[in-house]
Design a protein around this ligand. Sequence first.
Ligand SMILES: NC(=O)c1ccc[n+]([C@@H]2O[C@H](COP(=O)([O-])OP(=O)(O)OC[C@H]3O[C@@H](n4cnc5c(N)ncnc54)[C@H](O)[C@@H]3O)[C@@H](O)[C@H]2O)c1
Length: 361
Amino acid sequence: MSKSIRIGIIGTGGIAGQHLRSYRMIEDVEVVAVADIVPGKAENFVRRWEIPHVTAFEDYRKMLELDLDGVSVCTPNAAHFHPTVDALRAGKHVMLEKPMSVTLEESIEMVGTAKETGLLLNVGFQPRYDPNMKTIHDFIQSGQLGKVYYVETGGGRRRGMPGGTFIRKELAGAGAMADIGCYSLDLALHALGYPKPLTVSASTTNHFGTNAIYHPEAASFDVEDFGTALIRLEGDLVLNFKISWAMHMDTLGGTMFLGTDAGLKVTPSGKGPWSGVFDGGVGSMTLYHDVRGHHVESSIPIIEHKLDLFVEKVRDFVRAIRDNAPAPISGEQILRNQAIIDGFLRSSQLKREVEVHIPNI
Ligand SMILES: NC(=O)c1ccc[n+]([C@@H]2O[C@H](COP(=O)([O-])OP(=O)(O)OC[C@H]3O[C@@H](n4cnc5c(N)ncnc54)[C@H](O)[C@@H]3O)[C@@H](O)[C@H]2O)c1
């Protein structure tokens, strides 16, 4: 029988429960410790989830003294950096929640530490495990679109503003651009093989979050609830991006890839106020192409699945630990996603295009 994998969870708020639930569904994995900076919160988590033989900590650094194989970092975005670097330095593999960090510098240091220690730094984008995402990826990579020269992605929620730690810049770093924008970027960039970003020109607003009519915590809302950007990528590729947590519109559209031989349109699933953004599944896929001057549209069948995407992402992390395999969604790759988000923030503040530099690590 293989040795069981011992896991700790840092931050026991909303998403930590999903991590615990997922680990519990995987054979030979035990969650043995949890930590939260708020006194009593980790103990409450242990009681609420009825987890036997789990030690609760207030200081995650104490938890890292235990014999653990890996940790899930489930803290607010601004608190991703220290627990991740400390966990890697303590010899633990890391499953880090999205978005990777608040600043590009933090992501660079996290990736550097993972390289130095030879441990996994895996970023939790569960939509990757939707088989339709794989279809999009494989389709683009097969070259059937020809040279892809333009991509549009993002979409948006009509009324889908979070609260709490998500709307305060000091904790979240950014608003919709990072929170749900990172998923849309991952969908498009992963399909394209994560080309290197070169420049970003972005603009952001927060007309709804800061208005008490629309948000109960308007007084403490200081991130963007809407944003748009033009990103130039290597290989003469342009990405047109737009995202919203709130707007007077049903959708900002889905994702499209324009290639020299064909175009692919991807519509998100979901209806109502939360529709239109790729933190959910894929609703439809249409291929637009021309055969000797005749316009042709073909639907690509959607794969119905019963996969629990969150469990799949956690399972893949555990598999990588067990098999000594590379991180399934590596920090090194997601550095490019983070560099774009960093560009969004710099450019919208400066109100002009900015260059994106990613050092070799
Ligand atoms: N993958 C997904 O579907 C998904 C969904 C929601 C949130 N998230 C991400 O998960 C992260 C957490 O989100 P959440 O909704 O659970 O937030 P949350 O505010 O509910 O929980 C965060 C917890 O971390 C604790 N914390 C803060 N600093 C800490 C520290 N230094 N040490 C230990 N604990 C600390 C807080 O006290 C809080 O209990 C965010 O990065 C968010 O973007 C991912």
